[in-house]
Design a protein around this ligand. Structure first.
Ligand code: FAD
Length: 316
């Protein structure tokens, strides 16, 4: 049996950020992730400048491809305007691997299946043991499955289903385009060109509202790819999108059960207006680490529910 102070299930942004802070605070931790890094994650990769402040680096310190946008081209129900802003895009395959190494905590490739709580210890698959466990395993996190309520109807209300593809592309338009509520989509679609010649296009919307409207995400994906072709943004590509789901911020998330903590998508923290999940994942990881070491309350209410304030902030 391998014994640690803290076991972290999931090495995405929430798990790595938590591990980074725990290591700084002198804890001996281990990350368990079913994927070998670098691994791809379905995500547009839009990040706000706040993210770099949270990780105590500047954008210039980030060693991989980082795209800066000084405006978003927005359409809301067909009404188009330019939103001056100050935002970035990363590639998740690079960013998550970088953050995992930045955390400086060992990561074992292991698919977590069975977690039990016995004699004040969490035991994972009979192999790893610790008095604290952090569930950072995303939407289907096994820590959530093992120790937290599963049948909260509010969770379904906030479920976002999404489809996305990131692919090498010689794009002609370097601007970031966002289409909100287009063709009745209860959500938005995006076109994000990235440094290094990659393009990310995708679509996300409320599962409950799509169902109530008798629509499917696939229909909206067809609209989107048709539009991209009509606008001359993507004309010669055979799309092969990946699907994924995640949860928007819940009013009173059940974030802790004794010494078991949930962070990031395992908890459901994406912002209510933009579905931004990376920043909240990192913030929750840091808060959970502080709570474990300093014994302070784990209070995710401190994390903003909305992205809009950071979208209209023009400061670098
Ligand atoms: C299509 C799409 C687009 C998005 N676009 C954006 C965006 O542009 N900006 C933004 O801020 N947010 C975006 N999000 C949300 C964002 O991707 C998530 O909120 C963020 O990844 C949450 O990080 P996390 O660390 O909690 O979980 P994840 O990044 O999902 O990491 C979870 C980790 O846990 C591991 N894991 C899972 N199960 C197990 C297991 N049983 N055993 C071991 N390991 C396990 C996985 O391999 C994974 O590495 C998007 C989401 C989607 C689906």
């Amino acid at each position: 049996m391998i014994r640690k102070d803290v076991l972290i299930v999931g090495g995405g942004p929430s798990g790595s950020a938590c591990a980074w802070r725990l290591r700084q605070l002198g804890m001996d931790c281990l990350i368990l992730d079913k994927a070998a890094f670098p691994r791809q994650k379905t995500c547009a990769g839009w990040v706000t400048p706040d993210l770099f402040r949270l990780l105590k680096i500047t954008p210039q310190d980030y060693p991989h491809s980082l795209t800066h946008f000084s405006a978003f081209e927005v359409a809301i129900k067909g009404v188009r305007f330019r939103l001056p802003t100050h935002q970035y895009a990363i590639r998740r395959i690079e960013f998550d691997n970088w953050l995992l190494h930045y955390a400086g905590v060992p990561c074992k490739t292991h698919h977590v299946e069975r977690i039990i709580h016995r004699d004040s210890s969490f035991i994972v698959d009979g192999l790893y043991e610790a008095p604290f466990i952090v569930g950072a395993g995303g939407t289907h996190c096994p820590v959530r499955r093992s120790f937290f309520a599963q049948n909260d109807g509010n969770l379904e209300k906030g479920l976002i289903i999404a489809k996305e593809e990131e692919f090498p592309y010689t794009f002609r338009d370097e601007r970031c385009h966002l289409w909100f509520f287009e063709d009745g989509l209860p959500g938005y679609a995006w076109y994000i060109p990235k440094k290094g010649g990659f393009l990310n296009v995708g679509i996300g919307g409320s599962a409950a509202r799509l169902k109530a409207n008798g629509q499917t995400l696939n229909q909206h994906w067809e609209y989107l790819t048709g539009k991209l072709s009509d606008l001359g943004l993507v004309t010669d590509h055979q799309f092969q999108p990946q699907g994924y789901s995640y949860r928007l911020r819940h009013k009173k998330p059940e974030d802790r059960q004794g010494n078991a903590f949930l962070v990031g998508d395992a908890l459901g923290l994406a912002t209510l207006d933009m579905g931004e999940g990376i920043g909240p994942a990192i913030q929750s990881g840091l808060l959970a680490a502080d709570s474990i070491v300093r014994g302070v309350a784990y209070d995710v209410q401190a994390i903003s529910k909305f992205s809009f304030p950071s979208l209209i902030r023009l400061r670098k």
